[in-house]
Design a protein around this ligand. Structure first.
Ligand SMILES: Cc1cc2nc3c(=O)[nH]c(=O)nc-3n(C[C@H](O)[C@H](O)[C@H](O)COP(=O)(O)O)c2cc1C
Ligand code: SF4
Length: 628
C-alpha cells in the first residue's frame, strides 16, 4: 500500500468546495480547467468534498460519488491529475446536521436531535439502523473512489460534520453506548473507519479538528487519544484542521480574523504523539510560512487551499519551477467562500480568472502583434492590474499616479485584523517596479494624454466619498480617520453611514476607547460585508455598546449636537459629539473623460466607471487588458 511517501513532493491541495457542477453532481469541464491549472506542481490534489448521497449536499452544485454513473467523470479528473504525476485524494464527508437546509430533498441526521445553534435544520437522532446505513454509504463511496482511480481516500472526522458530531462533547448528548465517555463517542467514527479500511486497498487519510475552538467542544487531549487509536487501526496519515462548521466557521475557513498558526500548533502536537505522517494546513500563503513549517514545525506535508486559488503557481514558484511574483491570498474569504455561498461558485478577489469558464486554464497573455503605447491614469487596484496585464502582453505602458500606489485600497488594511490586505498593494508595487512600466508621479493632464504620445488611454481614477447635504455639517472625517495621523482616542464619535466603511471605522475607533454611535438610513448595517467578517464585527460592536440607529437620518449638526430623524418623523439628538465621520458611500471620480473624448481612444475602468469592491475593480481591469 503506497502512502504519501510516494508523492513527488510534499504539497497537497486542500479540499475546497467550488460549486462548479451543473446540479447533476457530475464532474464538469470547469472542474477540469480549475484543477488542471493547479495540479502539475503538487504531489497530490484533493478535489472538493464528494457528496455520498444527493440528500446530503452542502451546496446544490457539489460533485457527487453517490452512484456508479459518477465514476466516468471522476475518472477524467483522476486521469488529468495522473497525467502530471499528481496523486488524487477523494475527500468523503457526511455533513450530518450540517447538510444545507436550503436544498430541497436534503435530510438531516446526527448524534443528537438538536440543531446547530447558529442555524440549520433540526436533525433526527440516529438509530443503530441509521448508523449501519451511514457505514454502508462510506464503504460504497470509498469503493467508487477506488474504481475512479483515486490514490487515497480522506475521511472527514473534523470540522463539525457528522463524525465530529459524535466525537464532540458539545454536540453528542446521547445516553447510549455512542455518547458520554470518550470511548463511547469514538465508537461510531471508528466503526466507519474500520469498515472503509476493510473494504478498500487504498491508504486512508483522516482529516480531524485538533480543537473545535469552543470550551466544551473537542479538545486536543482527546484528539490525541483518538489519533492513537486510528494509528493502531492503520490510518495512513492525519490532516489537522480546527473549528466546526456550526460553532466556529472562522476557524474552519481560517479567516483573517483568527490567529494564523493555531492549526500548525495542533498538528505539531499531534505529530509528536504518532509516527505516521501529519499534514499541516491553514493560511499557508507565503514562502516564509512554508519554510517555517518545514524547518521549525517539522511538517511532513503541507495542504494549501486558497493560496492556490489566488495563484495557481504558488507552489511551483516556491519550488523554483515558475518565474514571477506570486499573487497573494488575502485570507479574506470574500471571493472564494463568498462566491460558493452566493451560488455563483468559487471566485477570487485577486485572481479574476477563477470561476470564469472562458478564462480558466487559457493562455491569455500571448504577445500582441502590434504593441500600443498606453497611458493608464490612476494607480489604484484597477490601474495597477491593467498596467501589469497590458505590459505582460507586450504593450508599452505608462502609469500616472499623483499620490501613493494603491489608491483607496491603502485604507483597507487599517481596520482591526485586516493587516493581511496590505499584501496586495505590496504585490502590485513590487511587480510594477520589476515590470519596467514607467510611473509618472503626478496628476495626468489633458495635454499629456492627447498630444499623440499614446494610442490608448485608460482612465482608472477611482471614486470619491459622497458628502450628504446636511445642515451645519462642516467639519468631518471620511475613512481617512483610520490613518495613524488622524485616528482619535477617548472621544465621542458619530459615524454617518453604517455600510461597510462606516462599520469598519467604528470597529477601529473602539480599539482607541472612543464612544461610538452609528446612524444608518437603511434598515440594515454592514451591507455587502463578507459574512464571517460581518458576524464577528457586529458581535464586537454589540459587546462594546456601540449605539446603532438603523432607519434614521442625520438631519442637522449644530455646535456639538447632532440631530437625527426617522421615517415616522421622530427626532433625537446627541450632545457633546467630538467628531463626525461621514461614510455614506462613494461616487465615481472621472474628471478627464470629458476632456479627452474624441481626441484619443480611451476606456474607463474600475470605480471611475462604476463603484464596486476590490474584486470588481481587478476583474474589470483584467477583462479590458485581455481584449486590448
Ligand atoms: C470556499 C471554501 C470551501 C471549503 N470547503 C471545505 C469543505 O467542504 N470541507 C473541508 O474539510 N474544508 C473545506 N474548506 C477548508 C479548506 O480545506 C482549508 O482547510 C482552509 O481553506 C484553510 O486552508 P487555506 O488557508 O490554505 O485555504 C473550504 C475552504 C474554502 C475557502
Ligand atoms: S478570495 Fe480572498 S481568501 Fe479567497 S482565495 Fe482569493 S484572496 Fe484568498
Amino acid at each position: 500500500m503506497a502512502g504519501l511517501e510516494n508523492l513527488k513532493n510534499r504539497f497537497i491541495m486542500a479540499p475546497i468546495k467550488t460549486g462548479y457542477s451543473d446540479g447533476t453532481g457530475i464532474v464538469t469541464d470547469k472542474h477540469l480547467a480549475f484543477y488542471g491549472e493547479r495540479a502539475a506542481s503538487l504531489g497530490a490534489l484533493t478535489p472538493e468534498p464528494l457528496y455520498m448521497d444527493r440528500g446530503l449536499r452542502e451546496i446544490p452544485t457539489q460533485i457527487g460519488i453517490d452512484s456508479d454513473d459518477k465514476i466516468e467523470g471522476l475518472k477524467k479528473l483522476t486521469d488529468l491529475l495522473h497525467s502530471t504525476d499528481t496523486k488524487a485524494i477523494a475527500h468523503l464527508n457526511h455533513p450530518g446536521r450540517m447538510a444545507n437546509p436550503k436544498i430541497p430533498g436534503n435530510y438531516f441526521i446526527s448524534s443528537t436531535d438538536r440543531a446547530c445553534e447558529n442555524g440549520g435544520a433540526t436533525p433526527k437522532r440516529m438509530t443503530e439502523e441509521d448508523m449501519t446505513s451511514v457505514v454502508e454509504m462510506f464503504v460504497s463511496s470509498a469503493k467508487r473512489a477506488e474504481a475512479a482511480g483515486f490514490d487515497f481516500v480522506e475521511l472527514q472526522f473534523g470540522h463539525g460534520y457528522l463524525l465530529a458530531q459524535f466525537l464532540s462533547p458539545a454536540v453528542n448528548d446521547r445516553g447510549d453506548k455512542y455518547g458520554g465517555s470518550f470511548e463511547n463517542r469514538v465508537r461510531f467514527p471508528l466503526r466507519v473507519f474500520d469498515a472503509v479500511k476493510e473494504a478498500i486497498a487504498l491508504p486512508i487519510i483522516v482529516r480531524i479538528s485538533g480543537e473545535e475552538m469552543t470550551p466544551d467542544g473537542i479538545r486536543l487531549g482527546e484528539t490525541i487519544r483518538l489519533v492513537k487509536l486510528l494509528e493502531e487501526r492503520g490510518v495512513s496519515a492525519l490532516h489537522v484542521v480546527a473549528g466546526s462548521a456550526c460553532s466556529t466557521p472562522p476557524w474552519f475557513f481560517q479567516h483573517m480574523f483568527v490567529q494564523k498558526g493555531k492549526t500548525w500548533e495542533f498538528a505539531r502536537e499531534i505529530k509528536s504523539n504518532v509516527s505516521i505522517p501529519v499534514i499541516f494546513v491553514g493560511r499557508i500563503n507565503t514562502f516564509d510560512d512554508i519554510d517555517r513549517l518545514f524547518e521549525e514545525y517539522g511538517a511532513d506535508y503541507l495542504a494549501v487551499g486558497r493560496a492556490l486559488v489566488a495563484d495557481p503557481s504558488f507552489v511551483s514558484t516556491y519550488i523554483g519551477g515558475a518565474k514571477g511574483r506570486v499573487k497573494p491570498c488575502l485570507s479574506c474569504s470574500e471571493g472564494c467562500l463568498g462566491g460558493v455561498k452566493s451560488g455563483e461558485g468559487l471566485h477570487c478577489v485577486v485572481n479574476p480568472t477563477v470561476g470564469e469558464n472562458e478564462l480558466m486554464g487559457k493562455d491569455l497573455f500571448k504577445g500582441v502583434e502590434k504593441p500600443k503605447r498606453i497611458a493608464v491614469v490612476g494607480g489604484g487596484l484597477a490601474g495597477m492590474e491593467v498596467a501589469l496585464d497590458l505590459k505582460r502582453k507586450g504593450h508599452s505602458v505608462t502609469l500616472y499616479e499623483r499620490d501613493k500606489l494603491g489608491g483607496q485600497f491603502n485604507l483597507a488594511p487599517l481596520p482591526p485584523n485586516k493587516e493581511s490586505l496590505s499584501k496586495l498593494i505590496d504585490f502590485y508595487s513590487w511587480s510594477l517596479r520589476d515590470s519596467g512600466i514607467k510611473i509618472i508621479n503626478r496628476e495626468a493632464r489633458e495635454e499629456d494624454l492627447v498630444d499623440g504620445s499614446y494610442n490608448t488611454v485608460i482612465l482608472a481614477t477611482g471614486s470619491k466619498p459622497v458628502i450628504p447635504p446636511i445642515e451645519g455639517l462642516k467639519n468631518y472625517f471620511w475613512a481617512e480617520i483610520l490613518e495613524d495621523q488622524n485616528i482619535v482616542s477617548n472621544k465621542k464619535v458619530l459615524v454617518i453611514g453604517g455600510g461597510l466603511i462606516g462599520v469598519e471605522v467604528a470597529n477601529k475607533l473602539l480599539k482607541r476607547n472612543n464612544k461610538v454611535i452609528i446612524v444608518e438610513m437603511l434598515d440594515e448595517i454592514a451591507r455587502g460585508m463578507e459574512m464571517i467578517e460581518k458576524a464577528l464585527t457586529l458581535k464586537n460592536l454589540k459587546e462594546n455598546d456601540v449605539e446603532i440607529y438603523t432607519g434614521w437620518l442625520v438631519s442637522k449638526v449644530e455646535r456639538g449636537k447632532v440631530y437625527i430623524k426617522n421615517k415616522e418623523g421622530k427626532e433625537k439628538f446627541f450632545e457633546d459629539v467630538d467628531h463626525i465621520v461621514v461614510a455614506t458611500g462613494m461616487r465615481s471620480y472621472n474628471p478627464l473623460e470629458e476632456k479627452i473624448k474624441g481626441k484619443v481612444e480611451y476606456y474607463v475602468i474600475g470605480d471611475a466607471k462604476k463603484v464596486g469592491k476590490a474584486q470588481n475593480a481587478i476583474k474589470d481591469a483584467f477583462d479590458l487588458a485581455i481584449r486590448l
